[in-house]
Design a protein. Structure first.
Length: 246
């Protein structure tokens, strides 16, 4: 069953009003009709099982059949700080990170990033990435759409991460797997977690040094060297199982 997101002001008692681009998607792309049923999320904790009551070119009016508060979201806020990769890899990373439960994704311009974006291009990219996150959230039954932040510098990323409970930086020169297991098992549901992933060329030594000085914990993802689009998915998968095993 199709899923859509609405703001709180679009919910009025037992009716929900879908507006914007979703109207055309429902009417012209999905070719849905009055009487068809859909799911709607309020972007927080509730989801609404609805039936289409009436459609116009401007809005789709829904009648709420019932409301529930499922536990689709991870019991912990994971923020992925991703070094800007080449090509369209960022789109893939965002899509899969959303599916795996990331709460926020922060693109970071690190010293070894090949991609250089000016302000105009960065804004267009952010808009595109946010739409990808929205579509991935619909597909994976998320209750919220993860926020895609504007591209920031490494120092700005460290400042953003300061308020998080746990900050991890997978690094090929980190200590062995025993130490990494200890760090992962010490994470508890309800904690906020930041993950820093380097670009194709990895982190510069001065970036790792600076990160560790701020209290970030270096971890290993094994003996193999993972691509940037694989590393984030690997640690997100591990954290997903860790947070949901309690």
């Amino acid at each position: 069953m199709k899923r859509f997101f609405v703001r709180e002001d679009q919910i009025e008692g037992n009716q929900i009003y879908i507006t914007g681009s979703d109207v055309n998607h429902i009417r012209q792309v999905l070719r849905m009709h009055e009487g068809d049923e859909i799911w709607v999320s309020d972007g927080a904790k509730k989801e609404y099982h609805c039936v289409i009551h009436e459609m116009t070119p401007e809005q789709v009016q829904l009648d709420v059949l019932y409301v529930q508060e499922p536990d689709y979201e991870l019991p912990g806020r994971i923020c992925l700080f991703q070094g800007l990769p080449k090509g369209d890899k960022m789109e893939f990373i965002i899509q899969k990170a959303v599916e795996l439960g990331a709460h926020e994704i922060i693109p970071v311009a690190m010293s070894r990033c090949v991609v250089k974006l000016d302000a105009k291009k960065a804004q267009k990219k952010q808009e595109r990435w946010q739409e990808i996150a929205r579509n991935a959230a619909k597909q994976s039954r998320r209750l919220l759409v993860p926020k895609i932040h504007p591209v920031c510098t490494f120092d700005e990323a460290l400042e953003l991460a300061e308020s998080l409970d746990i900050r991890l930086i997978p690094y090929e020169l980190a200590k062995g797997m025993d130490e990494t297991k200890r760090v992962i098992h010490a994470i508890c549901p309800g904690q906020s977690i930041g993950i820093f992933i380097g670009p194709e060329g990895g982190f510069a030594p001065e970036e790792v040094e600076k990160a560790i000085k701020t209290g970030m914990q270096p971890i290993t993802l094994g003996h193999r060297i993972l691509r940037t689009e694989t590393a984030g998915m690997t640690i997100l998968s591990v954290l997903m199982f860790r947070l949901e095993e309690e």
